[in-house]
Write a protein that binds this ligand. Sequence first.
Ligand SMILES: *Cc1c(COP(=O)(O)O)cnc(C)c1O
Length: 228
Amino acid sequence: MGDLSDRLEAVRERLATAAERAGRDPASVRLIAVSKTVPADRVREAIRAGVDTLGENYVQEARAKMADLADLTVAWHFIGRLQTNKAKDVIEGFSLIHSVDRLKLARELDRRAGLHGRTLPILIQVNLSGEETKGGAAESEALDLIRTAAGLEHIEVRGLMTMPPFFDDPDRARPFFRSLARLAEAARQRLGLALPELSMGMSGDFEAAIEEGATLVRVGTAIFGRRS
Ligand SMILES: *Cc1c(COP(=O)(O)O)cnc(C)c1O
């Protein structure tokens, strides 16, 4: 347990230091422990060490862990690419979907959430780098998607998510974080929509993301170690 709780503590310290440097309350940044490929017993250790929110990328893997860890209280966020035909599988169990990047998916989540009689909180994922390997709506289409998704009855658009390209130097990711914050501001000014959540920053760059306004950081490797 030692190594995991030590790493978690180190991440929490880095998070708090970055927030303070930016004049922000560390409590305004939520740490999401990204547990894709991490076995349920390791995830259990992390929860015992204080993790309260998990991020998962694959629906089936997440469902299996939810069943294994059903005796514990923890929030599950879906952060991976989501096929429209899998929308029905994330309506229950997840408290936030970070990766809604197209209208067809937003409509299907809305329809499915309606069938379950619930409102599903989501983020709109934006691809600010144009990398084809990454999910996300194009920046030029993001405001239209935000507006249309915000008009749907059974989903609630809580904010935006992005994944910059990988850089060795986290400062190079900073312009992408800044662009996401600017897009949320544009939605406020032009659409009158408040988008309080900004999901940005991973193990290598979450401090820069916090300095640029992140409210949700998605950290895997720095907590659980290298994925096999
Ligand atoms: C895997 C993953 C992360 C975590 O990445 P690390 O570099 O291990 O911290 C964050 N966000 C998404 C969308 C991911 O797929």
